[in-house]
Design a binder for this molecule. Structure first.
Ligand code: GLV
Length: 328
């Protein structure tokens, strides 16, 4: 009798080619709706599945793993993996993978663009123009701050932070400073043209702060009222990391009271809900978590997740495991 094929779930609506590729190996159940599965629906759809291709929004925790004992691999197309309890996966011998590398340049492009849009007040001025307010020239009409030659502060110096540093140092003649849990080697600092500062010095010196740290219990509200108070009143803050790294209520208050000049936010605490205080201040550019969203990059992310899933369930070497020890 032919061996029964393993079942996998594609938990979000994705490129059809991804399911077609997976179907060469597995029985595929692909979620078709844009609306995500609830935690209960996810657990239900995973019954009998050996693997899941997920994104940054499906929560893979101990309770879900306990409810889905056949699960062997959880492969995310996101680079951030705060939605996956990796130790709980390891304890149940479930391989978890993420998707580093393939989105670095696209995400750095977006972070830089969001920082520039924030500094040069592009969203605020566009809304004003659409509302029909443009009647004449004025010397200070939406005058913002310069990006070229300014001090770029990067909080989190992984792949994406380094790619943003290069854009600033090489393309815009910026003075680049950074803070990171661990300091780069001298050679790496020289390669990206960045100097290391303590967090407080970075906050004090940056004209434009760009946040790219992973979200962990240690980085929860890393930037709150006290940290914002250290920043220059002319400074901007851009967050493309995760909601929760910044205390959104404290940020909304700082923007309202002009204690910092402006913010650019692609990620939010509790997204897709956005703190009402951020929706009502003019000096913030808001985007719906799209930093990696170019079509070629989203395709590459999904392909990498599929490669991980295929390798994990067919005895191959998954390219980007988070817990290789789970299956050692
Ligand atoms: C997006 O936020 C990702 O982590 O890939």
């Amino acid at each position: 009798m032919a061996q029964e094929r393993q079942r996998v779930l594609v938990a979000r609506r994705l490129f059809p080619e991804i399911s077609e590729r997976l179907a060469e190996y597995f029985e595929v159940d692909a979620h078709q709706l844009t609306e995500p599965l609830s935690a209960e629906e996810l657990a239900e759809r995973l019954q009998g599945c050996a693997g899941a291709l997920i994104t940054g929004t499906e929560r893979i925790d101990a309770a879900l793993l306990a409810a889905c004992p056949q699960l062997r691999a959880v492969c995310s197309m996101a680079v951030g993996f705060n939605n996956i309890d990796v130790p709980a996966c390891t304890a149940r011998r479930v391989l978890a993978t993420n998707a580093p590398g393939v989105l670095t340049e696209t995400t750095a492009d977006f972070g830089f663009a969001l920082m520039m849009a924030t500094a040069r007040r592009m969203a605020e001025s566009e809304h004003w123009l659409r509302a029909g307010h443009w009647k004449q020239w004025s010397y200070d009409l939406f005058a913002g701050s310069d990006v070229h030659g300014a001090t770029l502060g990067i909080l989190g110096m992984g792949r994406i932070g380094q790619a943003i540093a290069k854009r600033g140092a090489l393309g815009f003649d910026m003075k680049v400073a950074y803070h990171n849990r661990s300091r780069l080697s001298q050679a790496d600092e020289a390669a990206v043209g960045a100097r290391y500062l303590s967090l407080h010095d970075l906050l004090r010196q940056a004209d434009h702060l760009v946040i790219v740290v992973p979200y962990t219990p240690q980085t929860h509200h890393l930037i709150g009222a006290n940290e914002l108070a250290l920043m220059k009143p002319t400074a901007t803050l851009t967050n493309i990391a995760r909601g929760g790294v910044v205390d959104d209520a404290a940020l909304a208050a700082a923007l309202r009271e002009r204690r910092i000049a402006a913010a650019g936010l692609d990620v939010f605490e509790g997204e897709p809900t956005v703190h009402p205080g951020l929706l009502t201040v003019p000096n913030v550019v808001l985007t719906p978590h799209i930093a990696s969203a170019s079509l070629p990059t989203r395709r590459a992310m999904a392909e990498l997740a599929a490669s991980n899933l295929i390798a994990a369930l067919t005895g191959g070497q998954p390219p980007t495991p988070l817990n290789p020890e789970a299956v050692a």
